[in-house]
Design a protein around this ligand. Structure first.
Ligand SMILES: NC(=O)c1ccc[n+]([C@@H]2O[C@H](COP(=O)([O-])OP(=O)(O)OC[C@H]3O[C@@H](n4cnc5c(N)ncnc54)[C@H](O)[C@@H]3O)[C@@H](O)[C@H]2O)c1
Length: 344
């Protein structure tokens, strides 16, 4: 890393990418735009994917053999952008060969695999970053700020809807495909540790769930609810967060006013008995805070390069990935048992 050859300084971080399907091109495009990074090689099992990549990046080495990336002496870090079931093996080989790892969500297929990778990276003094892209979006950063600075007041609930028609995945359920986004955002916004999960849902075409309702219980009576569905006629990306002082709606499909903060709430006054509960409703101003529009993946990959070069663990490290995988496992278990409560 970070060296000068014949007096010419070269990129501080030389990166290889495994997987150039749907999401891989976004990773390569953003890495290529980072000054401290050099994309050295792209690997995909599918030669057609490499033909597409070669047209855009003629100077980059193309290969169908993962070893040419995972074991290459001229590569410092590997981005793993392949299907979930391949993450563990590829990440393990990359770490064993001394490479830092940027790995797609969800981190691994099981929490045992996640623990093994975390331990291996620590032993080898290497960084793992799990791609929880939304944590680097202006909207989620703003929401975290509004929670942290007390604008919303004591939190009541987090309620997220991520539904659309398809895209059906062949290897994972809708829970493992879509819910990692919401669980990672929830984990970032709500600082407490979740206590338990309940999930229900259904599968209509094969053994994999295509719709799911996940409820996560936190201490202090805070509840999170996540609705993910591949069978929705319309695309919805809306999150409601209710606090005692303010409530907000984040509509990620809105081009401009993505977040609206409502000065709405409920005031309760107790009378003599429970029947005397006096409820009054507050309905004040609505405002839309400014949200940074920089592409989240660009911010995240810049942060990855900085973390690796500085030798510091990113906030979305293996532990953050493990927390999400644990919740996915619990949700899947609960759903199999038709909504049994699963302790975390
Ligand atoms: N962060 C996000 O917002 C986001 C969005 C989409 C997908 N993803 C994640 O990215 C990953 C890939 O998803 P996708 O939609 O691009 O899938 P995809 O099927 O479109 O692409 C995966 C590519 O990996 C290649 N591949 C498979 N096994 C390989 C191996 N062992 N070595 C090299 N190449 C291999 C396939 O040929 C394919 O081209 C998944 O983990 C998914 O969850 C993340």
């Amino acid at each position: 890393m970070a060296e000068a050859i014949n007096g010419v300084s070269v990129a501080a971080l030389r990166v290889g990418i495994c997987g150039y399907g749907y999401w891989g091109p976004n990773i390569v495009r953003n890495l290529s735009a980072i000054d401290q990074c050099e994309v050295v090689a792209i690997c995909d099992r599918n030669p057609n994917a490499l033909t597409r990549a070669q047209k855009l990046y003629p100077a980059v080495r193309m290969t169908t053999d993962p070893a040419d990336v995972l074991e290459a002496a001229d590569i410092d870090a590997v981005a793993i952008v392949t299907p979930v079931w391949t993450h563990f093996d590829l990440a393990k080989r990359a770490l064993e060969n001394g490479k830092h790892v940027f790995v797609e969500k969800p981190f691994t297929s099981t929490s045992a695999q996640a623990c093994e990778l975390i331990e291996l990276a620590a032993r080898k003094k290497l960084q793992i970053m799990v791609d929880h892209t939304f944590l680097f979006s202006g909207a989620v950063r703003k929401i975290r700020e509004l929670v942290d600075n007390g604008t919303l007041g004591q939190l009541y609930y987090f309620d997220s809807t991520r539904v659309n028609l398809g895209l059906f995945q062949h290897d994972v359920s809708v829970v493992w495909d879509l819910a990692p986004h919401d669980l990672a955002i929830m984990d970032y916004v709500i600082s407490d540790e979740p206590e338990a999960i309940v999930a229900t849902g259904g599968n209509h075409f094969n053994a994999l769930a295509d719709m799911a309702y996940i409820t996560v219980f936190f201490p202090g009576n805070v509840t999170a609810h996540i609705n993910v569905n591949w069978l929705s006629p319309v695309k919805v990306r809306t999150t409601l967060i209710g606090g005692r002082d303010k409530m907000l709606v984040w509509n990620d499909l809105e081009p401009d006013e993505k977040i609206r903060v409502y000065d709405k709430g409920v005031e309760i006054t107790n009378g003599q008995s429970v029947y005397d509960l006096l409820v009054s409703y507050r309905s004040g101003d609505v405002w839309s805070p400014k949200v940074n529009n920089t592409e989240a993946l660009a911010v995240e990959l810049q942060y990855f390069a900085e973390c690796v070069i500085a030798g510091k663990a990113p906030s979305n490290d293996g532990e953050a990935g493990l927390r999400v995988v644990r919740m996915l496992e619990a949700a899947e278990q609960s759903q199999k048992d038709r909504g049994r409560i699963v302790a975390l």
